[in-house]
Design a protein around this ligand. Structure first.
Ligand SMILES: *Cc1c(COP(=O)(O)O)cnc(C)c1O
Length: 381
């Protein structure tokens, strides 16, 4: 028997036989140990699918990545990264080299455009911003070195939709890849890979996490070589997510459908209430019949969620401050996708004035409607 002080340093037992749980075990590791020199020297060969170093994943990481791959469907493979924005950076870093050209819609998530205009531009990658409503005619913007088209539908402030199948068809006819930021719908709402998208990006921070307490992103693809290249690139960038955060994301998954169904049903009621209110000028929520993008939502999407935006008739900062201050159940804050209702304020990109973005949580919808009604009444009074 070694000295107890030495013994304390040895790992404790693994998973004891006879124990089973409905919860995912959480495994932490930087170092992974090997049974012999031969397997130690072979560890790089394991880097894509096995255990070689903490950064390549523990069973907790693989459990989450595999569940997300199942969610995306059709033998997808998934890489986990520290945030939704990191997922965007990963796709660009894997695919693009100096001199290459990338296309982004004008409705894209702000930081995605910003990183393209700053870091990637500095590294010699050129970009063109295209109008969100561009469909098959996107081909007119292709250049010799165009390698990638980014899409996002609906966009997260203006809720504008894109014709993803038309863009995919045009891009693939020119051997150009398509990435989609599918954070709004998740694969439960829109099957991006089935629609031909090459890289499906998710900010797990939003609906998968679902409780406003973690940041994480994922890139899923059905192309095994691309998946390996994404993993290698993530390793070179030093991207790593903590096992505890993976546990939280895994804990979000069983209720993902329940939460989305509830938030979608509540948001539909709230969207039509707002649309019919005299103090509101416009509501953006594609699942609502009458929305400017409803036809695309109806054609391509299977499920809505809780994120919508609107403008006040009285589109002044003073009116917005009064309205937001009167709300009791919608705290002011960024991000969305959790169980809590939220409100955020954003400048309108195309027009002057302000956009109010509402995230509808899982509270009782009658309480939410009453709260919005009293805050709008304050504006009229
Ligand atoms: C929030 C968000 C992201 C970024 O996710 P983070 O985890 O906050 O970096 C990317 N795309 C969309 C559409 C988002 O809403």
């Amino acid at each position: 028997m070694t000295d107890i002080r030495t013994h304390l340093i040895r790992p404790a037992e693994g998973i004891p036989e006879g124990f089973a749980s409905l919860s995912q075990g959480v495994f932490h590791a930087s170092t992974v140990v090997f049974p012999d020199v031969a397997s130690f020297l072979r560890r790089q060969a394991q880097a894509h699918t096995g255990y070689s170093y903490g950064q390549n994943g523990t069973p907790t990481h693989y459990a989450l990545a595999n569940k997300l791959s199942e969610l995306e469907g059709g033998a997808a493979h998934t890489v986990l990264v520290p945030s939704g924005l990191a997922a965007v950076v990963l796709v660009n870093s894997m695919l693009l080299a100096a001199g290459d050209h990338v296309l982004l819609p004008d409705s894209i998530y702000g930081p995605t455009l910003e990183v393209t205009q700053t870091l990637f531009a500095k590294w010699g990658i050129r970009h063109t911003v295209y109008p969100n409503d561009t469909g098959a005619d996107i081909a007119e913007l292709f250049e010799d070195k165009t390698r990638l088209v980014w899409t996002e539908s609906p966009s997260s402030n203006t809720l504008q939709m894109q014709d993803i199948p038309a863009i995919v068809a045009a891009a693939h006819a020119h051997q150009i890849k398509v990435a989609m930021d599918n954070t709004w719908a998740t694969a439960l709402g829109f099957r991006a890979l089935d629609a031909g998208v090459d890289y499906s990006v998710q900010a797990l921070t939003k609906y998968v996490g679902g409780h406003s307490d973690l940041l994480m992103g994922a890139v899923s693809t059905r192309d095994v070589a691309a998946h390996h290249a994404l993993r290698d690139t993530a390793e070179l960038l030093g991207y790593y997510v903590a096992a505890d955060e993976c546990f939280l994301a895994l804990r979000g998954l069983p209720t993902l459908a329940l939460r989305l169904e509830r938030q979608y049903a509540s948001a539909l009621r709230i969207a039509s209430f707002l649309q019919n209110h005299a103090a509101i000028s416009q509501v953006n929520y594609p699942p609502r019949p009458g929305d400017a993008y409803h036809h695309l939502w109806q054609r391509d999407f299977k499920l809505g969620n809780g994120l919508l935006s609107f403008t006040l008739q009285q589109n002044t900062m003073q009116a917005i401050e009064n309205f937001v201050a009167s709300l009791q159940l919608f705290p002011l804050g960024n991000s969305w996708g959790g169980v809590h209702s939220l409100i955020a304020v954003a400048p309108q990109r195309a027009a002057s004035g302000w956009l109010l973005r509402l995230h509808v949580g899982v509270e009782q919808v009658d309480d939410l409607l009453a709260d919005l009604a009293q805050a709008l009444a304050v504006l009229e009074g």
